[in-house]
Design a protein around this ligand. Structure first.
Ligand SMILES: Nc1nc2c(ncn2[C@@H]2O[C@H](COP(=O)(O)OP(=O)(O)OP(=O)(O)O)[C@@H](O)[C@H]2O)c(=O)[nH]1
Ligand SMILES: [Mg+2]
Length: 415
């Protein structure tokens, strides 16, 4: 049975705040991703917010009444709650009360598959919980007692806090180990001068579908939020025979919890080291401009906003208003409209990628000395071989290789 959830949409009347309807839509999707069912929503003004319950006490009573009438088993607030606010609200509402951040963390916890993903999620959850322990055990008596426990003693709160802090340290260490092997792979790739093309975008934009269409990978895709948590890198050869690596990673969302970005830093670093970003936008979503801006904000936080970027307007098969699509494309630079699912205009996208990588590879046809097998090995790893012929004193190499390697080959040929 699906858990029945009442949404408390907190209206902060902030500048640049998202329209209320969009928040309702987004929160409903988040609840769905947690296998819950939204039974209703209530708008709760919070200007100014209150310290005790975020929203005003009269409104708290209204939320409690609606939750009761709708038979809600939980209330989810659209804004982050402080520990004390959550406790007060839960008491007043008499049902489980959580906030948007917890909801997102819950989705991530459900989705995490890889060891790295699981460690990252647990880290984010503990980091969220740690400052919220305060005051939980105000009336605590001293722990322990008896021989060997003399001294000031510790409250349970302190013990809990310390236990969590120790666990956080341990998780960070474990994560470092797990991340190390991925870093090694990345370094190797960088040494081989194979460009990395990272797919980024709002969750559900179609990144994994595009990766599959581009490379024939089998990354799981689904209509829902945060389907992909683990990065997948896939080597591919472009039509101009340049080797590249495409990588798909976790989707973004507006105001992603800070703890989550912090915990997923290692995964997101892939984005920082990319040569090109494919920013995938679901242009069939009427809110696509807002979604794009939110992704830009996360990219900015990662220091990746100024990377060469191709804006990929996806799901054009669902866009009826072609004029609007043209306007959308005209609004930004370096855009292309595709359908990853229906495989429309994928050639165009590939050409744009080749143009963006422009001149990083060149065709060579050289004869190098037989003792330069080291170079032949490099050609196999970094380039696309057309022919390698061994004839007595020399090796003829016909291939498309990165410019730097072409230089080395030509030098060897001339010697
Ligand atoms: N109609 C249509 N649907 C698409 C297209 N591309 C992707 N989808 C659908 O959109 C949904 C989300 O696709 P995914 O590829 O999982 O999206 P994602 O960006 O990887 O999402 P997360 O991993 O959750 O961040 C799926 O149901 C896809 O089938 C497209 O070009 N047209
Ligand atoms: Mg995905």
């Amino acid at each position: 049975m699906k858990e029945k959830i009442l949404l408390a949409i907190v209206d902060m009347k902030l500048r640049n705040a998202w329209p209320v309807e969009e928040v309702i839509h987004e929160m409903t999707e988040l609840v769905k991703a947690c296998q819950g069912e939204v039974v209703g929503h209530i708008i709760c003004p919070a200007h100014p917010p209150t310290a005790a319950t975020l929203i005003h006490s009269g409104k708290v009573l209204e939320v409690a009444e609606l939750a009761r009438v709708q038979g809600a088993q939980g209330v989810v607030f659209s804004e982050e709650l402080k520990g004390v606010q959550q406790r007060n609200l839960e008491e007043a509402l008499a049902v489980k009360t959580i906030d948007r951040t917890q909801l997102i963390l819950d989705i991530f916890a459900r989705r995490a598959v890889s060891l790295e993903g699981k460690l990252q999620v647990e880290l984010a959850q503990l980091a969220y919980r740690l400052p919220r322990l305060a005051g939980h055990y105000d009336d605590l008596s001293r722990q322990g007692g008896g021989i060997g426990t003399s001294g000031p003693g510790e409250t349970k709160l302190e013990v809990d806090r310390r236990r969590i802090a120790v666990r956080i340290d341990k998780l960070k260490k474990d994560l470092l180990d797990v991340t190390q092997s991925r870093m090694t792979k990345r370094k190797k790739r960088e040494l081989q001068h194979i460009p990395l093309i990272s797919l980024v975008g709002y969750t559900n934009a179609g990144k994994s579908t595009l990766l599959n269409t581009l490379t024939g990978a089998h990354q799981a895709t689904k209509d829902g939020l945060f389907t992909t948590l683990d990065s997948l890198a896939r080597q591919h050869v472009l039509p101009d025979r340049q080797k590249v690596v495409f990588s798909d990673t976790v989707g973004f969302m507006r105001e992603l919890p800070h703890n989550l970005i912090e915990a997923f830093k290692a995964t997101l670093e892939e984005v920082q080291s990319a040569d090109i970003l494919l920013h995938v936008v679901d242009v069939s979503n009427p809110r696509y401009r807002h979604l794009k801006e939110s992704v830009d904000q996360v990219l900015d936080a990662l220091g990746a906003l100024n990377k060469p970027t191709i804006l990929v307007f996806n799901k054009i098969d669902r866009v009826e208003d072609k004029e609007e699509l043209e306007t959308a494309c005209g609004r930004y630079g370096n855009t292309i409209a595709v359908s990853a699912l229906e495989k429309q205009n994928i050639d165009g996208l590939l050409r744009l990628i080749e143009k963006e990588l422009g001149g990083r590879v060149v065709a060579v046809d050289v004869a190098i000395p037989v003792n330069r097998m080291d170079l032949v090995n490099m050609v196999h790893k970094q380039g696309q071989v057309e022919a390698i012929e061994y004839s007595g004193e020399s090796i003829r190499v016909k291939a498309v290789v990165p410019q730097q390697l072409a230089g080395l080959l030509e030098k060897a040929a001339a010697s």
